[in-house]
Structure formats: structure tokens, C-alpha cells
Ligand binder design. Structure first.
Ligand code: PBG
Length: 323
């Protein structure tokens, strides 16, 4: 037995472990995804995501204020829409739920970074992220609608738009549309490598946005592909993305690490609904400790190379970090 090296010496005390710790979480890297509904005073529990709720604009603002007090400086908004139609007109209505929410939040909390999802799935009956013609999710006509949607959010005062649809060419098109209308300060958080994943299940329950027919494999990426993710990220950077994102996070830590090694732009990762609910369900059964599991998850995502993390655990992580 050669004991000239004893790595355990550096694990003896928490004070020593703290000195040699390589990765630290900071509340400033957290983005809280929130679901909005019409109405007032609403806080509807989401069955598939224990501890998460659909909020009306007023209660959403309360949560954002509490989050700011915890140091969480960013929110990413998803809208629940009852008024679905196949042209997805609800997606770009100037007086839609999301634009109204953005304006109201920015009026109360101007320092908060308000981000909005840009994709058509909550606004169509079929639940696809784009327009459907025949059996096809059509690319170019969808991009036109996404541009209108981004412009409606920009007019309402959004800080970042986050296209999550995986259509080709949409980052460049949205960038040009924003710039043409004078919104050159609005950032683009691009879902660059978004995989066709089973881990979005609980989210689709929250928004009743599951595709009625077929799946999203003709636009979201094949989980088997790694080089293709780098290609997608390269294209989005060339088209003007400010931040590139990998989604989901946990089964794709290699992709996050590849992105970090390949690009110098900021990288985000989305710790998605399935990752959240999987841990919460196991914790409810007493099989896994939720706090420890959560910190381990978010730390691993940051360790892999993500600068910022969208996570439903954000307030819970922040509360622990602030302790
Ligand atoms: C849809 C969208 C999805 C998520 C974010 N935007 C679901 C999907 O692509 O079907 C998933 C988020 C999560 O699971 O937490 N544009």
C-alpha cells in the first residue's frame, strides 16, 4: 500500500473542504421559470410539479419580489393560454397575458431581468412549437410568427426573449426584427441545443400543451447526438444569440461541457420539469433528500460549464445559500 499520497487530508473538515472547493453556486446565476394564468390572486398548484404553481400577474409579482430579496435577479415567463387557435394569434397579441405581465413586472421591479419564452405550443390546439400544415411543422412561416411574438414582448419591455422552438434561422430573424424596430437592447437567450426529451412531461401538464398528435422529433434534437449540438450552437452564435442554452441539463452534462470548451459566449442550462419532479417525487417517498439532491444537481450543472441555470428549485437553492 503506497500512502505517500493521502487525498483524504483535504476532506477532513468542512473548513478545509471549503478552501479546496472548485465550484460554488451563487444566487446570481439562478433564473426562476414561472407559469402565468389570467385572473387575480391566483396560485394554482401544478399536480405534475409539487411546489410549483400557476400565478396570476399580481401574485407573480409578489414571488418575483421575494426572489429579488433572496438575490434571484431573473425570471423566465411561460403563459397559459385558453384561447388556442391554429394560427397561434394569441402568441403575439399586444394585450396578451405575457406582454401585460412583462409591463406590470418591469413597472414594479425594474431591476429584475425579465425573460419570456418564445414558441407557439401554448397557443395552438395541436401543441406543436410551430405552425402545422398537413402533417408538417413548417419552418419559415413559423419563424415569421415567432418574430411577431418577440416584438410584442419587446414592446412590453422584456429584457431577454428566449426562443425555445428549435426552428431553423429563428435567432437571426428575431435579431433583425428586434433591431429594425429599435429594440437592439433586447437580448436573445437561445435554446440552441434542445433535445426531444421525456423530461418535459410535467411542464406540458402545467400548460396543457402536450402535442395532440405525433412528437417533436422533427425539430427538437435526437438525444443520441453530440456534434450536432455544437453545430446548432455555432449557428445560433453566428445569428446573434447573446446566450446559448442546453436543455435538458442532467442527461446532457457532456453537451454543456463541450459547449464550454468550444465557445466563449455565456452558457445557460435548463434544469427541466422532469428533473425537478423526479427528485420531488422521490423525496415525497422518503427515498432521496430533496435539499441535498437539489444542490447536487445544480452544482453538477454549473461544474459542467453552465454560467446560469434555469431551475424550479431557484428559491429553494437561494434560501439554502443565504442561510
Ligand atoms: C416549449 C417548451 C417546453 C419547455 C420549455 N419550453 C416543452 C416542450 O418543448 O415540449 C420545457 C420546460 C420544462 O420541462 O421544464 N416550447
Amino acid at each position: 500500500m503506497d500512502l505517500s499520497h493521502r487525498p483524504r487530508r483535504l476532506r477532513r473538515l468542512e473548513s478545509i473542504r471549503g478552501l479546496v472547493r472548485e465550484t460554488r453556486l451563487d444566487v446570481g446565476m439562478l433564473i426562476y421559470p414561472m407559469f402565468l394564468v389570467e385572473g387575480e390572486g391566483k396560485r394554482e398548484p401544478i399536480d405534475s410539479m409539487p411546489g410549483q404553481f400557476r400565478y396570476s400577474i399580481d401574485t407573480c409579482i409578489d414571488v418575483c419580489r421575494q426572489n429579488l430579496d433572496l438575490g434571484i435577479a431573473a425570471v423566465n415567463l411561460f403563459g397559459y393560454c385558453d384561447d388556442k387557435n391554429d394560427a397561434a394569434t394569441g402568441a403575439y397579441a399586444a394585450d396578451g397575458l405575457i406582454p401585460r405581465a412583462v409591463t406590470a413586472i418591469k413597472a414594479e421591479l425594474p431591476q429584475l431581468c425579465v425573460q419570456t419564452d418564445v414558441a407557439l405550443d401554448p397557443y395552438t390546439h395541436h401543441g406543436h412549437d410551430g405552425l402545422v400544415v398537413g402533417d408538417e411543422v413548417v419552418n419559415d412561416p413559423t419563424v415569421d410568427v415567432l418574430c411577431r411574438m418577440a416584438l410584442a414582448h419587446a414592446a412590453a419591455g422584456v429584457d431577454w426573449v428566449a426562443p425555445s422552438d428549435m426552428m431553423d434561422g429563428r435567432v437571426g430573424a428575431i435579431r433583425r426584427a428586434l433591431d429594425d424596430k429599435g429594440y437592439n437592447h433586447v437580448g436573445i437567450l437561445a435554446y440552441s441545443a434542445k433535445y426531444a426529451s421525456a423530461f418535459y412531461g410535467p411542464f406540458r401538464g402545467a400548460l396543457k400543451s402536450a402535442p395532440k398528435k405525433g412528437d417533436k422529433k422533427s425539430y427538437q434534437m435526437d438525444p443520441a447526438n453530440r456534434r450536432e449540438a455544437l453545430h446548432e450552437m455555432q449557428l445560433d452564435i453566428e445569428e446573434g444569440a447573446d446566450v446559448i442554452m442546453v436543455k435538458p441539463a442532467l442527461a446532457y452534462l457532456d453537451i454543456i461541457a463541450d459547449a464550454r470548451a468550444s465557445f466563449d459566449v455565456p452558457i445557460a442550462a435548463y434544469n427541466v420539469s422532469g428533473e425537478y419532479s423526479m427528485l420531488m417525487a422521490a423525496a415525497e417517498k422518503g427515498w432521496v433528500d430533496a435539499d441535498e439532491g437539489m444542490l447536487e444537481m445544480v452544482t453538477s450543472i454549473h461544474r459542467a460549464g453552465a454560467d446560469m441555470v434555469l431551475t424550479y428549485f431557484a428559491p429553494r437553492v437561494a434560501a439554502l445559500l443565504n442561510r
